[in-house]
Design a protein around this ligand. Structure first.
Ligand code: NAG
Ligand code: NAG
Ligand code: NAG
Ligand code: NAG
Ligand code: NAG
Length: 410
């Protein structure tokens, strides 16, 4: 048993390493679309955001259940987090097609699941026991299910050796552990987390500003926060107090990125990125850049370094920085302030922050301007102030950026 667990754990590690592959070989949503009886299962793979997670992996088996099986699960009225955990228990991190299922060595095997790989499965709750039963049937059960095989193999749906096998099983695997998930990051108090881990001044500043709401609203759909450490934030406070109300909000929102990025993800995705303050012509972008083993965040004004990970748990990551990020929109030679962007539907933006404030950037304080602001910046800003057409361009830029990030996250 111990050995099998170890082997299964090794399978988790192997599958995790396969995550780094860039090509997307399959599309689970597309595969399941052809089977109306599996449509509810398919729908919830999308709702819980498990579908992209499945598409990203190789050598996996998806154990789908029909619509009746799904309505049993849905009648339990679990949170989306609970449903996600239960469904992730139905994604085995190994390839089992019909043939392999009927030829299991010694007639029984344990498979690690995606629930196991989330790290939120206590003990052995993330493993599924597959056992050949009498009469050619194959049984499935969560490990430690008291010897009861709760579901059986129904049919093979699709098999692409050895990338993905989709099979149908007779019912949802019961798992009290998966159904009662630990509180998700959306229920976490981000300011309390930051306060407890060296970013108390930033957290308190955030709590006193509408930007806090912007951060909260983005947690569920993926959020990365760069919080300046207390020393950095304290020495920055005089400059902060000098900003207009809108400038303060932009400055704070500039420390958030509307996608989740693990440290490994940041290390492998150098380049320009949006922040929560990005809104049309107000670019508020910065560059993520590796510097040896460090990850740095470069604005046109400062280069800050990640010095600590406060939390890294999809969909939320918080990293501590050694400096406050100063955007060129607020800290550079005085330029004519850009006019407020034309109203546009937020829904059109591919991965917008949930809430934007639309005030123009505050005029820059001359004393904070870098002496050598590059020419290109000035050109950028002048171009941006040309109105609606340029604004669309900004949206398009955001789309490109988001696509670029989506690609890097594969
Ligand atoms: C399996 O995945 C690999 C890597 O993504 C891909 O190159 C290969 O074409 C896939 N095989 C099939 C049969 O789709
Ligand atoms: C997967 O397939 C679905 C349905 O066919 C489609 O809407 C979706 O865009 C596809 N996803 C990717 C990443 O290609
Ligand atoms: C799977 O469960 C059955 C029944 O409880 C048990 O006999 C078997 O040893 C288990 N298999 C593994 C690999 O743990
Ligand atoms: C989070 O904790 C802070 C104290 O650090 C408190 O003021 C705030 O109200 C809490 N927020 C939520 C949403 O519970
Ligand atoms: C605040 O703004 C004023 C006027 O722009 C400037 O003279 C002063 O140096 C600024 N103070 C700080 C701390 O940036």
């Amino acid at each position: 048993m111990q050995l099998r667990l170890a082997a299964a754990a090794a399978a988790v590690v192997l599958s995790l390493s396969l995550l780094l592959t860039n090509t997307q070989a399959h599309n689970i949503t597309h595969i399941l679309e052809k089977y109306p009886e599996l449509s509810t299962f398919n729908h919830y793979l999308t709702v819980t955001q498990l579908a992209p997670e499945i598409n990203r992996r190789e050598t996996i088996t998806v154990c789908a259940v029909d619509n009746a099986g799904m309505s049993d699960l849905l009648s339990k009225k679990l949170s989306i987090g609970g449903i996600k955990n239960v469904l992730s228990l139905h994604v085995l991190l190994d390839y089992f097609d019909a043939k392999k299922l009927h030829q299991i060595t010694d007639g029984t095997a344990l498979a690690a699941t995606m629930f196991q790989s989330t790290g939120s499965a206590p003990g052995s709750a993330g493993f599924v026991n597959i056992t050949d039963l009498k009469g050619g049937k194959v049984g499935f059960a969560p490990q430690d299910n008291g010897g009861v095989m709760s579901a059986t193999f129904v049919k093979s749906v699709e098999a692409v050796p050895y990338n993905i096998s989709v099979i149908q099983i007779s019912s949802i695997l019961p798992s009290p552990e998966a159904e009662a998930p630990a509180p998700g990051p959306s229920q976490m108090n981000i300011t309390a987390l930051m306060s407890a881990h060296g970013c108390k001044v930033f957290a308190e500043t955030l709590l006193a500003n509408p930007a806090e709401q912007t951060f909260e609203e983005n947690v569920e759909s993926g959020l990365t926060i760069f919080c300046p450490g207390d020393d950095a934030m304290k020495s920055f406070m005089p400059k902060y107090k000098n900003l207009t109300a809108s400038g303060k909000q932009s400055l704070l929102e500039y420390h958030g990125m509307p996608i989740y990025q693990s440290l490994a993800g940041l290390k492998s995705s150098n380049g320009l990125t949006n922040s929560l303050a990005t809104d049309g012509s107000s670019k508020y972008d910065f560059t993520v850049q590796n510097d040896g083993t460090d990850v740095t965040i470069m604005t046109k004004v400062v280069t800050a370094k990640i010095i600590n990970t406060v939390i890294d748990e999809q969909p939320l990551a918080i990293y501590e920085l050694d400096k406050v990020l100063m955007p060129k929109e607020l800290f550079k030679a005085a330029l004519p302030p850009a006019p407020a962007p034309a109203p546009a539907a937020d829904a059109e933006s591919p991965k917008p922050s949930k809430k934007k404030h639309r005030s123009p950037p505050a005029p820059a304080a001359p004393s904070d301007s870098p002496a050598d602001a590059p020419e290109g910046d000035v050109a950028d800003q002048t171009a941006d102030s040309n109105g609606a057409v340029r604004f669309d361009g900004g949206r398009f830029g955001a789309l490109i950026l988001s696509l670029w990030f989506a690609f890097l996250q594969l």
